[in-house]
Design a binder for this molecule. Structure first.
Ligand code: 4NP
Length: 147
């Protein structure tokens, strides 16, 4: 995997997992000067800040994601971003459908298959701890490949 200029983190709602992934990746990739953004497959939460539980766990790790605003993925994103990292298989399948099988090689699950970063929306604080740990591992793995 070559070192890209920018990456997009994608989950379903863009309020729990991908805003956290954006914050963690920004924080971890500072020396690479990579532009990091995030988006959701769905538009349920467009314009809203991340879920309080994601803001809280990020804050505990010294990362501020409170200023982020949710947005839905758009066709241009598939061409503007070098890599799109998704959290689970469903995100992966949804994106592949959206782009009608063009340029699919740049869509990658943040954790190696069969591992996924499951939707924590209906979970508890522990679910967000698990999500954070998995996002951290995934981001580390990606960056280790580029160093
Ligand atoms: P996310 O979590 O995909 O990690 O942002 C979700 C947030 C909201 C919903 C689903 C997943 N929802 O159905 O509203």
């Amino acid at each position: 995997m070559h070192k890209p200029g920018n990456v997009l983190m994608v989950c379903l709602g863009n309020i729990c997992r991908s805003p956290l992934a954006q914050g963690v990746f920004e924080n971890m990739s500072k020396k690479f000067k990579i532009k990091v953004d995030s988006a959701g497959v769905a538009n349920y939460h467009t314009g809203y800040p991340p879920d309080k539980r994601s803001i809280y766990i990020a804050q505990k790790k010294g990362i501020d994601i409170s200023m982020q605003k949710a947005r839905q993925i758009k066709t241009k994103d598939f061409y503007n971003f070098d890599y799109i990292f998704v959290m689970d298989k469903e995100n992966f399948n949804d994106l592949r459908e959206l782009i009608s099988y063009h340029k699919t090689n740049s869509i990658i699950q943040l954790l190696n298959y069969p591992f996924e970063i499951e939707d924590p929306y209906f979970g508890d604080d522990k679910s967000f701890e698990i999500v954070y740990d998995k996002i951290y591992q995934g981001c580390k793995r990606v960056l280790n490949n580029w160093k």
